[in-house]
Write a protein that binds this ligand. Sequence first.
Ligand SMILES: *[C@@H]1O[C@H](CO)[C@@H](O)[C@H](O)[C@H]1NC(C)=O
Ligand SMILES: *[C@@H]1O[C@H](CO)[C@@H](O)[C@H](O)[C@H]1NC(C)=O
Ligand SMILES: *[C@@H]1O[C@H](CO)[C@@H](O)[C@H](O)[C@H]1NC(C)=O
Ligand SMILES: *[C@@H]1O[C@H](CO)[C@@H](O)[C@H](O)[C@H]1NC(C)=O
Ligand SMILES: *[C@@H]1O[C@H](CO)[C@@H](O)[C@H](O)[C@H]1NC(C)=O
Length: 331
Amino acid sequence: MSLIFFLVLFFFHSHSLPVCRNSCANIEIDYPFGIDDGCGAPLFRNMLNCSTTFTPLTTPTTTTTTNTTAPVLTPTFASPTIASPTTTVTTPSATALFFQTPSGSYKVESIDYASKTVTIYDPSMSTCTILQPHHDFLLSDLQSALIPPSPDTVFALVNCSIDSPVLNHYKSLCFNFSSDHSCDDLYNSCTSFKIFNLFYFLLSNDTPPACCFTSYATLKFMSMNILDCTHYTSFYDVDKLKDEKPLDWSYGMKLSYSLPDTGCDRCRRSGGTCGFDVETEGMLCICSPTLNSTRQCGDGPVAGKAGEGLVFLHLSLTIVFVYVYVFIFMS
Ligand SMILES: *[C@@H]1O[C@H](CO)[C@@H](O)[C@H](O)[C@H]1NC(C)=O
Ligand SMILES: *[C@@H]1O[C@H](CO)[C@@H](O)[C@H](O)[C@H]1NC(C)=O
Ligand SMILES: *[C@@H]1O[C@H](CO)[C@@H](O)[C@H](O)[C@H]1NC(C)=O
Ligand SMILES: *[C@@H]1O[C@H](CO)[C@@H](O)[C@H](O)[C@H]1NC(C)=O
Ligand SMILES: *[C@@H]1O[C@H](CO)[C@@H](O)[C@H](O)[C@H]1NC(C)=O
C-alpha cells in the first residue's frame, strides 16, 4: 500500500497539469500572451484573464427550452431529471477571455497571431442598435505603446456639445473615414442614434448635435468629460466598411501588438513554451512541469542546469525513499 502511495504521489508530482494553459473559451493562447502567471512575455503580464463568470439570466439562448417557473410548480419529491435543468438555469456560467486595462475588462473576441491583432468588445459601449452612457476607454502607458488600437479602428464621439474641443480647437482630430460615411449616417441609419436627430428636430428645429470620427489618440489625451460628448462607439476594419451600412459595421476595437524579440523561437523549436520567472521577469523556456531552462529544452547549450539538477535530485530521493520504506516493511 505504502509503495503504491509513493508511486502515485511521484506520478502526480511529475505529470501534473501543463504549466501554461494554451486556450481559453476556444481562443488559442500563445506567445506573447499568457493566462497563467509566468507564461508568455513578461511585458504582456496580467493583460489577459481567463475567467468564469456566473451571470444572471442575460442570454436567452441557453434558456429557450427550459421554463424557469416549471420546476417550482412541480412537487418537492421531483425526480432528478427535473432537478438537473433547474441547476443549469439558476447558475449559467461562461468562461471568457478578458483584456484588462485601467478602465476595465474587455471581452476578447479573437486573437489573430498571423496579423498580430486582438479584437475586443466592450459590452457597455453604444453601437448602432444600443445606446449606453459612455465610460472612458483607457490603456496603460505600456499598453498604449505595446498593443494600441490598430489604425483601422475608428471611434465615433456622439452628441458632442458645441463647446467640445473636437468642434473647436481640436477640429482637425475629426475625419470622415471614407468619402461616403459622415456622422449623419450614424444619426440617420442607427436605431440607437436616431434619438439625437429626433430630439433636436422636435425641440429646437436645429441641426443634430455634432459627432466626430476620430482615432484612439484623441481619447488617450482627452477623457470623455473633456471631450464633452455623451456617447461613443467604435468599430474596426474600416477599409472593409466603405459600402456597408452602419448596422453592418464591426463594432469593437482591434488592437495591434508588437512582439518583442526575446529569443522565444529558439525555445519553441526545442519543444518548449516561452515564459518568464515571476520574480525576476527573466525569460524562461518551460520544457515540462518540472523543468525550466533559460533558453531551450533538450540538447544544446542549456543554461538552466539548476532546474534539471533539482528534478534529478527529486527523482533520486523518491527512489531512495521507496527503497527504504520497502526495506523497513519487508524486514
Ligand atoms: C517554471 O516556470 C513557470 C513559470 O514561471 C513556473 O510556474 C514553474 O513553477 C517553474 N517550474 C519549475 C520546476 O521551476
Ligand atoms: C479577471 O477578470 C475578472 C472579471 O473581469 C475580475 O473580477 C478578476 O479580478 C480578474 N482577475 C485577475 C487575476 O485580474
Ligand atoms: C412557462 O410556465 C408558465 C406557467 O406554468 C406558462 O404560463 C408558460 O406558458 C410557460 N412557458 C413556456 C415557454 O412553456
Ligand atoms: C446630448 O447631449 C446633451 C448635452 O450636450 C444632453 O443634455 C442630452 O441629454 C444628450 N442627449 C442624450 C439623448 O443623451
Ligand atoms: C465629411 O462629410 C461631410 C458630409 O458629407 C462633409 O460635410 C464634410 O465636409 C466632410 N469632412 C471632411 C473633413 O471631409
